[in-house]
Design a protein around this ligand. Structure first.
Ligand SMILES: Nc1nc2c(ncn2[C@@H]2O[C@H](COP(=O)(O)OP(=O)(O)O)[C@@H](O)[C@H]2O)c(=O)[nH]1
Ligand SMILES: [Mg+2]
Length: 253
C-alpha cells in the first residue's frame, strides 16, 4: 500500500461505454465515491447509454465512435486532475480498487499503474476460445515487453489502470482501438517512465459481449507490439519538451 493517503480530489475516473445501458448506472454509482469527477465517454451508443448515464449526473461526452483508443485519447484532453483512472462500463472493474491503482502514482514510484488480473484474479480469462487467445496473447506480450525493457509486468492489456495525465499527454498515443492499452505501456517504457502492476480482480461482464473481435483484430495487436518494441527509446527530457497538441485535442492519427 502507498505511504501517501488516498486523495480522491486528485483523481478523475473515465468510464468507457459503448452500448452499456444495462450496467452504466451501476458503474457510475460505483466510481463516484472514488474521485473528484466521473467522465463517461460514450462511443456513439445505439442503446441509450448516454441518456442513462446523464440521469446519474456525471459529465457525458460522446466520442467519435471510432474505438476505445480514440475515446481514451480524447478524454485526456477533457479532464484536469493529476491522475486519471480508466474503467470499463460493463461491470468488470471494481472502483474500490482505485486507491491501489493510484497509490504508486501518488507516492511517485510510478507513472502508469495497470491492474493485474494474474495477481488479482479474473472471472473471464479463459471462459471461451476467444478469451483464451487473448490471455495467451497477453502472456506472450508481457514476456516480450519484460525482456525488451527489463521490467516484470504480469498484465499489460488490462484496461483498468491509473495514469499520470501529463505523462499520458506526452507520449503521443495514436492507437484507435483496444491496442491503446499495450501502446500506452510500451510508450511509457520507451520514454523512460515507470510502469507497474497492482492486483485487481476482473469480474465477468454483466450484460452483452466484448467489443473486441480478436479474430479480426489480432494482426493489429501483433503489429503494435512489433512497432513499439523495434522503435528506439526516447529520452524523457525530449519527450517532456514535445507535448503532442494533437493528442491534447484528441485527434491524433
Ligand atoms: N467510449 C467508447 N467505449 C468503448 C468503445 N469500444 C468499447 N468501449 C467500452 O470499453 C470497455 C471495454 O469493453 P470491451 O470493448 O467489451 O472489451 P473487454 O471488456 O476487454 O472485453 C467497455 O465498457 C466498452 O463499452 C468505443 O468505441 N468508445
Ligand atoms: Mg470489460
Amino acid at each position: 500500500m502507498s505511504a501517501v493517503p488516498f486523495d480522491r480530489s486528485r483523481v478523475t475516473i473515465v468510464i468507457l461505454a459503448r452500448n452499456e445501458a444495462h450496467s452504466i448506472g451501476d458503474a457510475i454509482a460505483d466510481a463516484s465515491g472514488w474521485c473528484r469527477e466521473v467522465l463517461v465517454m460514450d462511443g456513439k451508443s445505439a442503446d441509450g447509454t448516454a441518456d442513462v448515464a446523464r440521469r446519474s449526473g456525471p459529465r457525458v461526452v460522446t466520442d467519435d465512435g471510432r474505438g476505445k483508443g480514440a475515446a481514451i485519447r480524447q478524454s485526456l484532453g477533457l479532464v484536469d486532475t493529476e491522475f486519471v483512472v480508466f474503467m470499463d462500463a460493463d461491470g468488470s472493474h471494481d472502483a474500490h480498487d482505485t486507491p491501489r491503482l493510484v497509490g504508486p502514482l501518488a507516492d511517485g514510484t510510478a507513472d502508469l499503474c495497470v491492474g493485474s488480473r494474474f495477481a488479482g484474479g479474473s472471472d473471464e480469462l479463459s471462459v471461451s476460445i476467444a478469451q483464451l487467445v487473448r490471455t495467451v496473447g497477453n502472456i506472450l506480450m508481457n514476456i516480450a515487453i519484460n525482456k525488451r525493457w527489463h521490467v516484470e509486468l504480469t498484465d499489460t492489456l488490462n484496461g483498468f489502470r491509473a495514469v499520470r495525465r501529463d505523462a499520458a499527454l506526452h507520449v503521443n498515443l495514436k492507437e484507435v482501438a483496444h491496442t491503446i492499452e499495450q501502446e500506452m505501456v510500451m510508450k511509457f517504457l520507451r520514454h523512460g517512465m515507470k510502469v507497474v502492476n497492482a492486483p485487481t480482480h476482473e469480474y465477468k461482464r454483466r450484460f452483452g459481449e466484448s467489443h473486441i473481435r480478436i479474430w479480426r483484430e489480432w494482426p493489429r495487436f501483433v503489429w503494435c507490439v512489433i512497432e513499439n518494441i523495434a522503435a528506439p527509446n526516447v529520452p524523457l527530457d525530449k519527450a517532456k519538451a514535445e507535448p503532442s497538441q494533437q493528442v491534447i485535442a484528441g485527434i491524433a492519427e
